[in-house]
Design a protein around this ligand. Sequence first.
Ligand SMILES: Cc1ncc(COP(=O)(O)O)c(C=O)c1O
Length: 402
Amino acid sequence: MTQYVGELNPPCRLMLTPGPSSIDPRVYRALAAPLVGHLDPWFKTCMDETQVLLRQIFQTENRLTMPISASGSGGIEASVLNTLEEGDEAIVAVNGVFSDRMFEIASRVTTKVIKVEAPYGLPVDVEDVRRAGKGKKIKMIGLAHGETSSGVVTKLDAYRKVADELGALLVVDTVASLAAVPLNVDRERVDICFSGSQKAISAPPGMSPITVSPAAEEVFRERKTKVQSWYFDLTTAMNYWGKERLYHHTPPISLIYALREAMRIVVEEGLEARWERHRVNQDALIAGIEAMGMGLLVKNPADRLPTVTAVMIPNGVDDVKVRNQLLDEFNIEIAGGFGPVKGKIWRVGLMGHCSQKPNVLLFLSALEKVLGERGFRTPAGAGVAAAIQSYSHAETAAAVSR
Ligand SMILES: Cc1ncc(COP(=O)(O)O)c(C=O)c1O
């Protein structure tokens, strides 16, 4: 049976989701650059440059710094599988779906993983982690810096302190925070830090940047058993990303081009300017949402992840119908909630290339129209006006500091 399949022609969406984010035209151009072999001398230079950029974005001198050929979940697998062996004790701080994924992966390696939990909308209290680890030989403490399922950011310094007290490695998921939220891997002494290409870095999905401290490398070297996954064994993968450049697997070359270009854009903007841009745009979004009479899941402003805002869905409003109308009428995609907050929150992403003033204003006005038609009336223009007001404060502050 023959069936005609037409030319690829995807819609041009504005992805205000918790990832992937829309990408800069420069990144599309990099994707279309001619393919070379993964052992081509030219590509080896391209790999060096990719690692240089990764170190700048993670803010680290770590030798073992590379993009894993996998989505963000591959970063979790690699971190956990290289660190833990059967019988090891570990703690994972769980406050949503993605930190729970780290717990699930760790539990497949060793049965002695302690889950320390907080409800959606809150970071895990570090005192609970300290109590859970007391008197135990904890090898690793894992957490999500930005928990995308609830829009919560967790401060790392207190976790580092507890990891030091327990003699544990600190493993941090920065899939939703790297290049958007202040982070300095070396200064904050994160042992294993991984991310995803598709969020605030704004490259296509499919790569998971990772960096590993010398202390964590030492733990890898002292393993008694082989890493259970051949593909994610970081020591052998480093034969390719290290000095030798020996074949390990064929990496997604075009994705590496795209990641390299997206990171060049990050570095051109500057990390601090980028963190500030994410903060200012989220502030404006929140001002607009609140002026429209809606609340947020994360009550404490200091706990709000700048890349993902969890908006409480007003009573009587249909989650899916609103999201579908935003997509059909405005080409805007936002996300719903998972697990206990399914049907209760919308997750609005302002990440990387998408974290822009015009997107915030467009989204608020589109949402006003859609909500009005779905029975939730808001004062005309209130959301946009509040966001503009919020920007006026930010712009004054920026002008003063310049
Ligand atoms: C914090 C966090 N960790 C891990 C992941 C998993 O990444 P991926 O879906 O790219 O495998 C995500 C994805 O949204 C995430 O937000």
